[in-house]
Design a protein around this ligand. Structure first.
Ligand SMILES: [Zn+2]
Ligand SMILES: [Zn+2]
Length: 253
């Protein structure tokens, strides 16, 4: 088995809040320069920039993700092995998006190819919420065999804890993500009662942030099934540690 440095929360230029430089080739280059072996592309409510990564990913495994906004404005990461696997969920998310067409006032939502050429401007209201509850979103992700990770639970907005006040017992994400500046000691103090594994990722909206925070997984090969085992601590797979935005690697598990 090997340790895979994994940054499971990276936005592209399809997220209006991300910088336009967040294109597939630039993200791959930055991931490689940061020493990552696994990344997940997690745009708001869409995975449409995924196909552009596959021909240029080199040795880096690119998981297909979305950061889904639930009806309670909770952000949940959905992580799948491939675009093919996430597409059925994307269709459901698209149908459930609320609000008017995106008018470009808040930025751009660019669908690009591997050469950074613009294929289209998405007009879907990706920045808004879906009509699906947090419970429904987590259940849907599991129905399609993906991982459901509660985003940046330490943030005061858009986190399951900020929006719901707690994690209801019938909502079972596979992991909780802490944002890039929190250390493990504080995370343990605040969140160990919740009884769920904790990971860390960068939530990059800018190239320079890719890989600034990551999780090390001891797994057999880079696949979502392996991450699931590591999160559960089964079959010898495990989380080795997390890296927050400064350089102190914190071992805990
Ligand atoms: Zn978020
Ligand atoms: Zn995000």
């Amino acid at each position: 088995m090997n340790i895979y440095r994994s940054d499971l929360h990276i936005h592209t230029c399809l997220s209006a809040c991300a910088e336009l430089d967040m294109t597939p080739p630039k993200i791959i280059k930055q991931a490689r320069d940061s020493g990552l072996q696994i990344i997940a592309i997690t745009d708001h409510n869409s995975a449409e920039n995924l196909p552009a990564f596959y021909s240029i990913s080199g040795g880096i495994t690119v998981f297909a993700g979305m950061e889904i906004t639930t009806s309670e404005e909770v952000h949940i990461l959905a992580i799948f092995n491939s675009y093919e696997e996430i597409k059925p969920l994307q269709e459901i998310i698209y149908r459930s998006l609320q609000g008017p067409e995106f008018d470009g006032r808040l930025g751009y939502q660019l669908i690009v190819n591997e050469k950074e050429e613009i294929l289209s401007f998405s007009k879907r209201p990706l920045i808004g919420a879906t009509g699906l509850s947090t419970r429904e979103v987590v259940n849907l992700i599991h129905k399609f065999n993906g991982l459901a990770i509660a985003s940046h639970i330490d943030k005061e907005v858009f986190s399951i804890i900020s929006q719901l006040g707690f994690i209801p017992p019938d909502i079972k994400p596979d992991a909780l993500e802490i944002s890039c500046h929190m250390g493990m000691e504080e995370a343990k103090r605040r969140f160990s009662d919740l009884g769920l594994p904790i990971i860390q990722s960068s939530d990059s909206h800018h190239l320079k942030d890719i890989g600034r925070a990551y999780t090390g997984f001891l797994i057999e090969r880079p696949a979502v099934e392996e991450l699931r085992l590591a999160l559960r601590g089964e079959s010898g797979r495990k989380i080795i540690g997390i890296q927050k935005a400064d350089d102190s690697m914190e071992y805990n598990f």
